[in-house]
Design a protein around this ligand. Structure first.
Ligand SMILES: [Zn+2]
Length: 573
């Protein structure tokens, strides 16, 4: 089996599919001999789909009922009985960051300085001269025998043309090569900045390249990311999304008028966008959005906006999620509330204004006390402002106070959650929050039972973009360390169908797009995925092995996998 993008295939699908069935294209595309999970409770299953003008025009239950107008070409593709689901809609991504991460080398997992240098060389050799190598989480000398700190002398020979500024995962220590030190004007004569330190050779006093808690010394010399680099990142991210079956994203976080939004709109105009994007901007910029006429869900089928992000607190990993009770491993600490919540009236003023202007609120809240506080402010907004279909969102909604499930449901607040975190953080979360709070943590079943709308996403690149890994996480709750084969807090497991619904119709609702997408029914956009195996049939522990064979966005194939064996997924007649 070979993976490839449709555009690179010399074969049959390329000839017919890009022109047929997509928006404005002539012809009708029939996907037959399929098992379609429509996501629609009225007609949950179909045997095939008819696609015209980029949308689903009909469901097929029985192939004998085919009957098409004579004057347009009809392309029929036999899917060999495979499962088709609506395209996945990731409700929380950082798409450009994800693209940059895809383009970055993996230096961190090098187990010796020699291997680290080898990988750095391979990467640097492929870059244009002068391009900065500026990477977070790029090395960890604790992994190396004897734990020697690296130095500029270690990396100078393999980076003769590119300034280098690469950090340890903790973000506190960075390594610069000589070109970077030169560009930043750091010499033996440079004094240590307050709170930071430039490591120096004890014999000569010259900087070694290691700089501690003073990244601003180097950062000021690094040029802004160029438009060309953004394009490279976007191209990489789009290709990856097609590969894993993601057809829509709800992305963080843009400045109004930023290069990211401009590029997405340009790609959309030129027909090069293969993912639909709901761009979220910062709550603090709400008047700019409102003045520009942006409202919740404004835009076209490709690039939309009108949702605003703010942080209420930090995260569990850094013990900054804001909790009612102290952390189990640190009785002094309850986490940190973001400045915009101190006092909450600051947040309320912004939130009420944005809500009155018809903009949606997507608020990051992870700790139980932060979530409660955001819900309090949402209640004030509801009480003060005229009623409308506002669809408040809490991003992450990770550690819930038991009393707040019902409150979220009552106000219709969307839980925008990332199940992969449950099996990743689940390895150590209980150490930080204790067993009692763990019971209402990543509580997907409880949201559904309370009746709170659920939308699935990943926070890519924090977690993998691959939706089947997220579905696996929500259904099995098996932590990555293998410590919970029956699931961590197994009462909170959900079914495959519930997970698929949260990832398709649930996410579409969260972006005011449920009329356009999220189900495979007549009138909806032809965004879909053909899967290698049926998630409704495979054992749960194998869900993460399922891969897309075909991804389609708006009636256009953006991924087609050729199979070596006969009778693969693509047999146009
Ligand atoms: Zn995020």
């Amino acid at each position: 089996m070979r993976r490839s993008l449709a555009g690179s295939l010399g074969g049959l699908l390329v000839a017919v599919a890009p022109v047929a069935a997509q928006e404005g294209g002539p012809g009708i595309l029939v996907l037959e001999n399929a098992r379609v999970w429509t996501g629609d409770s009225a007609v949950p299953e179909a045997r095939g789909l008819v696609i015209a003008d980029g949308r689903i025009s009909r469901l097929l239950q029985d192939e004998s009922t085919l009957g098409f107008p004579q004057d347009v070409p009809v392309h029929r593709i036999n899917l060999g009985g495979r499962r088709v689901v609506p395209g996945f809609n990731d409700a929380h991504t950082h798409f450009f960051d994800g693209g940059f991460a895809l383009l970055s080398p993996d230096l961190l997992t090098s187990d010796t300085p020699k291997e680290f240098v080898r990988r750095l060389k391979a990467y640097a050799d492929g870059l244009p001269a002068g391009r900065w190598i500026d990477l977070p989480a790029a090395w960890d000398h604790e992994r190396w025998p004897g734990h020697p700190l690296p130095s500029r002398q270690l990396i100078d020979p393999v980076t003769p043309r590119n300034p280098v500024w690469i950090r340890r995962p903790d973000g506190h220590i960075g390594l610069a090569n000589s070109l970077a030190l030169e560009a930043a004007g750091i010499t033996a004569a440079t004094p240590d900045p307050p709170g930071g330190r430039i490591d120096r050779d004890p014999a000569t006093g010259e900087p070694t390249g290691i700089i501690r808690d003073a990244s601003e010394l180097v950062r000021s010399a690094i040029p802004e990311i160029t438009e060309e680099e953004y394009r490279e990142a976007l191209d990489a991210a789009l290709a990856h999304a097609a590969e894993v079956g993601v057809t829509s994203i709800q992305d963080m976080c843009y400045d109004p008028g930023s290069v990211g939004i401009r590029l997405l709109e340009e790609y959309a105009r030129e027909g090069r966008l293969t993912v639909r994007v709901y761009c979220r901007t910062w709550l603090g910029d709400w008047t700019e959005e409102a003045d520009a006429g942006v409202r919740a869900g404004s835009g076209d089928a490709w690039v939309r906006r009108g949702s605003l992000k703010a942080f209420a607190d930090g995260a569990l990993g850094s013990s900054t999620a804001y909790m009612f009770e102290p952390y189990a491993d640190n009785p002094e600490n309850r986490g940190l509330l973001d400045a915009v919540m101190q006092p909450p009236d600051t947040f309320f003023a912004l939130a009420a204004g944005a809500d009155r202007a018809g903009l949606q609120l997507s608020i990051h809240a992870i700790g139980d006390a932060a979530i409660s506080l955001v819900l309090d402010q949402f209640e004030r907004v509801v009480a003060e402002n005229p009623a409308w279909d506002r669809r408040f969102r809490i991003e992450h909604a990770q550690h819930m106070a038991g009393k707040d499930f019902a409150r979220m449901a009552e106000m219709g607040v969307i839980a925008s959650v990332q199940p992969f975190h449950a099996i990743d953080d689940g390895r150590w979360a209980e150490r930080k929050i204790g067993p009692e709070r763990a019971r209402t943590t990543y509580a997907f079943r409880s949201f559904l039972e309370a009746g709170a709308p659920l939308a699935f996403g990943t926070d890519w690149p924090v977690a993998p973009l691959d939706p089947m890994r997220t579905v696996y996480a929500a259904v099995t709750r098996r932590t990555l360390d293998g410590a919970h084969p029956e699931g961590w807090v197994p009462e909170e497991k959900i079914t495959v169908e519930e997970a698929l619904r949260a990832y398709t119709a649930g996410s579409a609702y969260a972006e005011f797009a449920e009329v356009e997408k999220g189900r495979l029914v007549p009138g909806q956009l032809a965004d879909l995925v053909v899967l290698s195996e049926d998630p409704l049939e495979v054992p749960a522990e194998r869900l993460e092995e399922i891969v897309p064979m075909t991804t389609m966005v708006g009636g256009r194939f953006v991924l087609v996998i050729e199979e070596s064996e006969a009778g693969g997924p693509s047999q146009p007649r």
